[in-house]
Design a protein around this ligand. Sequence first.
Ligand SMILES: [Mn+2]
Length: 268
Amino acid sequence: MSPANAPRHWVRSVFISDIHLGNRGCNAAALLDFLRDVHTDTLYLVGDVIDLWSLRKSFYWPQEHNNVVRTILGKAKHGTRVVYVPGNHDEDLREFAGTVFGNLEIVRDCVHTTARGERLLVLHGDEFDSVVKCSPWLAALGSRAYDFSIDMNRHFNRVRRAFGYDYWSLANYLKHKVKNAVNYISSFEQAVAHEVKRRGLDGAICGHIHRAEITQLEGVLYCNDGDWVESCSALVEDRNGRLGVWNWLEMSEGLRLAREVQAAREVA
Ligand SMILES: [Mn+2]
């Protein structure tokens, strides 16, 4: 017999990103429900966990957002390895890459090895904004132009920030240019695939564009763990190394219905 509040899912790894704590759009309630229901050996926070840009504009920090932080730290305290890969909205934390606090470590990016032995690059994805902006002519120029453009993007955004401009955000751009979204998403995916091949890995797991997906392209695995603003999705690796996108709003609704059916059977 397990207690009623025990996690219902025991998995090997969980990847979540684009939580945007401190922003009114964050769906903290759904994330808390997910975190309580899922036990994982390793929890990867794949960037934009805390929305520092939004906090700087107007301070917003309700109790639920605090509870998310406390729940994650609580998991770390109880044995979950937590790996934090900062994104562009929590870019300030990139300075602390290499820091380890008990079970919590901050890294710029890292390689996750699945139970099946696939080596996957874990990174937020804003690194590719410049490539996506410049595509398709960049793709024609080839590999070195890609790498150069990624480097330039980092400097470009540092200068923009110094002058008080917002970071150019691919996710926001896509929302306002829905017509071209398909082209932009595919050039983002291509840029990720390029980086995976450059590093000699099997695939990548990223966030940033708020669109959960698992797909194979150019011979590598592309995974995106979605977001907790709209889709409320996570990328989950089960005990056997199988990866899946969990859409928590659908799953938790499904669980609730299953419990109701079970309860009705018990009454009948
Ligand atoms: Mn981002």
